[in-house]
Design a protein around this ligand. Structure first.
Ligand SMILES: Cc1ncc(COP(=O)(O)O)c(C=O)c1O
Length: 352
């Protein structure tokens, strides 16, 4: 590949796109240089542009809202449902205005949002539906009920590569064609350097990265099983915390990619922060909070202008209580046991 000079363009891209489409049972895949680019491209491909509104949740990696801003559109933030903790279809419907162009659910932490429910609303109101599936590759249903789904393959994701990468997958041939053009300068894929669309990014996956992706794709299912196994192990080991009401644990459901494992500390933010601090200082166990600042609480002038009066009670409650434990493909059982012991000890220490 290096000798042939095929580092950016080359045959691995098409081969990987075919393999990905086959793996996900979605007919069209366009591999991109990141999940962020995949989101921008997917939103543009369903028609989102300047002055539009896009309905989305407030807890996500900043790429979700950044993709909306990048299209010249404005995020409209809606609360989550009490079961999945993803975009609540009933509340989405109440947030639709004449400017709404699309709905953008996020499969946060890997839990599949209610895309069929959202699809029904999108259809009734003539809206686009794009999934932020950057944390959810491997979950049945991704790309099956929407106009397009955006995936991320950055090294921290379930299907992590050697650099930044992502993809748009879609059932809609026209969305697929637009996505391919938007991913490469608006060019007609059949005619070199001839534009067919005014808009376009330099956001095709590199051929070298696609070759790595082709090599790693066969391992994805095994890694997904391993994550589910580790999640179940956490759930079993933490059962008593859930039983006595001190913690709320995620449900073990098949529609979950277990990208992140979050425990909710029932006593609230102060107790959660104390548990996190105690795990770090007493047992050298690092935990995290995804994401530290909700979209409507970011303090840029733009955020203050748009979201100063936004209140999302359930999003805020879950966000104040959640603590993420280590979970990755290479987590060993002894490492996981150390985390479990440290968490139990921290709960005991902060109970008094
Ligand atoms: C929910 C979500 N959306 C979008 C992205 C952006 O993906 P990438 O880092 O590949 O641009 C990520 C990951 O970083 C993510 O977790």
């Amino acid at each position: 590949m290096v000798a042939d000079g095929e580092l950016t363009s080359g045959s691995a891209i098409g081969e990987f796109e075919d393999a990905l489409a086959e793996f996900l049972a979605v007919p069209h895949a366009v591999a991109t240089s990141s999940g962020t680019d995949a989101l921008i491209i997917a939103l543009r491909a369903v028609g989102v542009s300047h002055g539009d509104e896009v309905i989305m949740p407030a807890n996500s990696f900043a790429a979700t809202e950044n993709a909306v801003w990048a299209c010249g559109a404005t995020p409209v933030l809606v609360d989550i449902d009490p079961v999945r903790h993803t975009l609540d279809p009933a509340l989405v419907e109440t947030a639709i205005t004449p400017r709404t162009r699309a709905i953008l659910p996020v499969h946060l932490y890997g839990r599949f949002a209610d895309v069929p429910g959202l699809a029904e609303i999108a259809r009734r109101h003539g809206l686009g539906l794009v999934e932020d599936a950057c944390q959810a590759i491997g979950v049945t249903g991704v790309g099956q009920h929407s106009d397009a789904a955006a995936l991320s393959f950055n090294p921290y994701k379930n299907f992590g590569l050697t650099g930044k990468a992502g993809a748009v997958v879609t059932r809609d041939a026209e969305v697929g064609v637009s996505a391919r053009r938007f991913a490469y300068h608006g060019f007609d894929p059949e005619r070199k350097n001839v534009k067919e669309d005014a808009f376009g990014l330099n956001a095709k996956i590199d051929n070298s990265t696609a070759a790595v992706a082709l090599g790693l794709l066969p391992r994805l299912t095994l890694n997904s099983y391993r994550r589910a196994f580790l999640a179940k192990r956490y759930l079993d080991a933490l059962e008593e915390l859930a039983a006595d009401g001190t913690a709320v644990l995620p449900a073990f459901t098949p529609d979950h990619a277990w990208h992140l494992f979050g425990v909710q500390v029932a006593a609230g933010r102060e107790a959660r922060d104390a548990i996190q601090a105690r795990m770090r200082t007493a047992d050298a166990v690092e935990t995290d909070i995804y994401y530290p600042v909700l979209t409507h609480r970011q303090q840029t002038p733009l955020h203050r202008k748009h979201f100063a009066h936004v209140a999302l009670p359930l999003t805020e409650q879950v966000h104040a209580r959640v603590l993420h434990l280590p979970l990755h493909n290479n987590l060993s059982l002894s490492e996981q046991d150390r985390v479990i012991e440290a968490l139990h000890a921290a709960f005991r220490a902060t109970a008094h």
